[in-house]
Design a protein around this ligand. Structure first.
Ligand SMILES: C[S@@+](CC[C@H](N)C(=O)[O-])C[C@H]1O[C@@H](n2cnc3c(N)ncnc32)[C@H](O)[C@@H]1O
Length: 264
């Protein structure tokens, strides 16, 4: 038992370093700055806010991200992708490999948001891919759009805040009836915050993987199979058009909730 725990820790450490290296290579290829981890209280939020946000920025792993998105058996063109706590925007860039109707990141730390905006500009953007937008706002007060959406939470909050955000989203889904998925990701394992999702009314747990959970509202379809091929070929981004982003996303969000935007 002790041996297997030690072995698991070692393997996790190796994977951690390998993913760190891959993140650096990604940045080098795309001219972006996403791989460097940092403490949130150095990025323009107060110490109290930083603690509620786990006080760390780090990007999620690409393979687990693609696995989670591929687990959703829906026509993604109907759905917005919303990264709650989007940091430097890595998942916004990765989400652009999928045909979402728009891609939005909500990030409360001004310095991380500014880095994300630069990364989005820098990212070589393939024509026909969805628009990307980073919004500098607190996810707890941000008005949720009444549009079909896939919410991604890469462990952005402490337990209490995770509970509060989940209750807010669950209530929003119950009232609006809008098709919704919520993916919760945690590189150390989902058990750390699972208790936060116990009180769900509308969002039901559909898949439990070691590093992500998928909750879906009853309106949103779901399957365990792999519906679409991974958009992962090397050099795929090489011949792309320049940054063309926000207008369509902005328009779709505005029409979704015209009076309730709380962009800080
Ligand atoms: C672990 S990082 C994940 C970053 C990104 N989703 C990724 O995987 O590449 C969590 C992020 O959530 C942000 N965050 C924490 N609390 C937040 C809040 N209340 N509103 C908006 N963003 C928040 C942090 O600043 C941090 O960038």
């Amino acid at each position: 038992m002790q041996i297997s725990r030690t072995l698991r820790k070692r393997l996790f450490g190796l994977r951690w370093r390998w993913e760190g290296f891959k993140n650096k290579v990604y940045d080098w290829r795309h001219g972006t700055k996403t791989h460097q981890e940092c403490f949130l209280n150095t990025q323009g939020v107060t110490d109290v806010q930083a603690l509620q946000g786990n006080n760390v920025y780090r990007p999620f792993w690409r393979k687990e991200f693609f696995d989670a998105i591929r687990a959703l058996d829906v026509d993604l063109t109907d759905y917005l992708f919303i990264d709650i706590g989007s940091g430097k925007g890595k998942l916004l860039l990765l989400a652009s490999h999928f045909p979402f109707s728009g891609i939005v990141g909500i990030e409360y730390a001004p310095a991380l948001h500014a880095t994300a905006v630069n990364n989005i500009k820098q990212f070589k953007y393939k024509a026909g891919r969805p628009g990307i937008m980073s919004v500098n706002a607190n996810a707890m007060t941000w008005g949720l759009p009444t549009k079909p959406a896939v919410y991604f939470l890469h462990n952005p909050f402490d337990l209490k805040t995770t509970q509060a955000f989940f209750a807010k989203l669950d209530d929003h889904v119950a009232r609006s009836g809008v098709p919704t998925f919520m993916i919760y990701g945690n590189l150390r394992g989902v058990a750390e915050r699972e208790a936060a999702f116990a009180s769900a009314r509308s969002l039901v747990l559909k898949k439990r993987a070691p590093r992500f959970l998928v909750h879906a509202a009853h309106q949103a379809r779901f399957c365990r199979s792999t519906p679409s091929p991974p958009p992962t070929s090397r050099g795929e981004d090489a011949q792309q058009d320049s940054f063309c982003i926000t207008a369509s996303v902005e328009a779709s969000l505005m029409s979704a909730y015209p009076q309730k935007r709380t962009f800080a």
